[in-house]
Design a binder for this molecule. Structure first.
Ligand code: MG
Length: 390
């Protein structure tokens, strides 16, 4: 199942007070652009395989900066947008043709605070429906204005939702619907779910948060800036040691490696993942691995250590925090870590649901000094940097 995300960033909507004449997707928001936030969240999501931005080529330089800020190998070369949002999305869909994409998510760049949980929700809905969109049930009473801003009517609110993005679709069906709409419909569609509806597809609503609102005014931008500014960087460290015992393989950083011994421990003794789990817990100030998974508890005997790391990831999410990067150093004479490094980085990125470029794995011998040098065991140290709501 290959999933692409199209980030719609071609708009040239500028409000003088907002961004010195630049479109809002290039406004600065906590150290990077609004667009970079959107790109990064999709690039970091493990359910997304490639990310394509649709831009106005006049803003190529600003896009290039956002691309550096998002720093992900999933980001492909951008394509030029059209005269309308609808035309821009179609340009993105056309650019994906021939890439064997099964599902596509379409997202407005100007919704920089979209969460991984919202993307999860839309992807989950696509398992059972041909189309799905993030949306918020209306909380306010609606009035229709008549002449001179006098109320002409109160509109029944029950059953009304505000459409947000991402909106997800089976790629071939959305491409066909868009191409047909471009040929046959005189109406201008303001979102892709409306095109799916027009084409007769069933569209599911996925409850979303107000935090994923679109930045349109200077006030919206100021609110997003204060939400982002309230995040403070925090770093934690972890250290762990396991001794060798009789066996023929070791688990290191989520990867099983043939070896002359195994590592001894209550769980699978993955010393790298244990140090990393403690680093994340340390950054949160939330105890340590031994407190959450006591070795006295039979439940964790032989447990796969990715469970511990996934638990730490859930604790990060529950705090509204985000992992910026993690780094693990293994200390051992053998086995050789280098050949397994890419697989270890991938394993950790997958468990933490972050891009592989945010994961460091390194190894060193200790020059045959100490217990690691005598090949009695393996030690690991790790650090994790998080953005945590203050
Ligand atoms: Mg341990």
């Amino acid at each position: 199942m290959k999933t692409a995300a199209i980030i719609v960033a071609a708009g040239s909507g500028t409000r003088a007070a907002l961004n010195a004449g630049l479109p809002k997707q290039y406004a600065r928001l906590g150290g990077c652009s609004v667009l970079a936030h959107s790109l990064r969240t999709f690039c970091d999501h493990p359910g997304v395989d490639l990310v394509l931005a649709v831009i106005n080529l006049e803003h190529q330089a600003f896009f290039d900066l956002a691309r550096q800020e998002a720093a992900s190998g999933k980001l492909v070369a951008p394509v030029a947008g059209g005269a309308s949002r609808q035309a821009s999305v179609l340009a993105g869909l056309d650019a994906l043709a021939g890439q064997n994409v099964d599902r596509v998510l379409v997202h407005d760049a100007a919704r920089p605070l979209v969460s991984a949980a919202t993307i999860d929700g839309v992807l989950a809905a696509l398992e059972t429906h041909p189309a799905a969109l993030a949306a918020v049930p209306l909380a306010d009473t609606l009035k229709r204005a008549g002449e001179g801003n006098l109320v002409a009517a109160t509109i029944e609110r029950a059953g009304l939702w505000r459409a947000q993005t991402p909106q997800g679709f089976r790629y071939p069906e959305l491409l066909a619907a868009h191409r047909r709409a471009a040929m046959e419909s005189a109406a201008e569609f303001t979102d892709d779910a409306a095109i799916a509806e027009w084409a007769g597809l069933v569209v599911a609503l996925v409850p979303d948060s107000n935090a994923n609102s679109k930045i349109t005014t200077a006030e919206d931008l100021a609110m997003a800036q204060s939400a982002v500014a309230a995040l403070e960087p925090r770093t934690g460290t972890g250290f762990d040691v396991h001794r060798f015992a009789e066996g023929d393989n070791v688990w290191l950083c989520g990867v099983k490696i043939p070896h002359s011994h195994r590592l001894d421990g209550h769980s699978d003794a993955d010393v790298g993942l244990h140090a990393l789990t403690d680093a994340i817990l340390g950054a949160l100030g939330d105890g340590d691995i031994g407190q959450h998974f006591p070795p006295t508890d039979e439940k964790w005997r032989g447990a796969a250590s990715h469970l511990f790391l996934a638990d730490a990831r859930e604790r990060v999410a529950a705090r509204g925090a985000r992992i910026t990067n993690v780094d693990v150093t293994l200390l051992c004479e053998a086995p050789k870590v280098g050949p397994h490094r890419p697989e270890m980085q991938r394993a950790i990125a997958e468990i933490l649901k972050i891009d592989v470029s945010r994961v460091g794995v390194k190894a060193t011998t200790t020059e045959q000094l100490g217990f690691t040098g005598r090949r009695e065991g393996i030690a690991a140290m790790a650090s994790a940097t998080l953005l945590v709501p203050a």
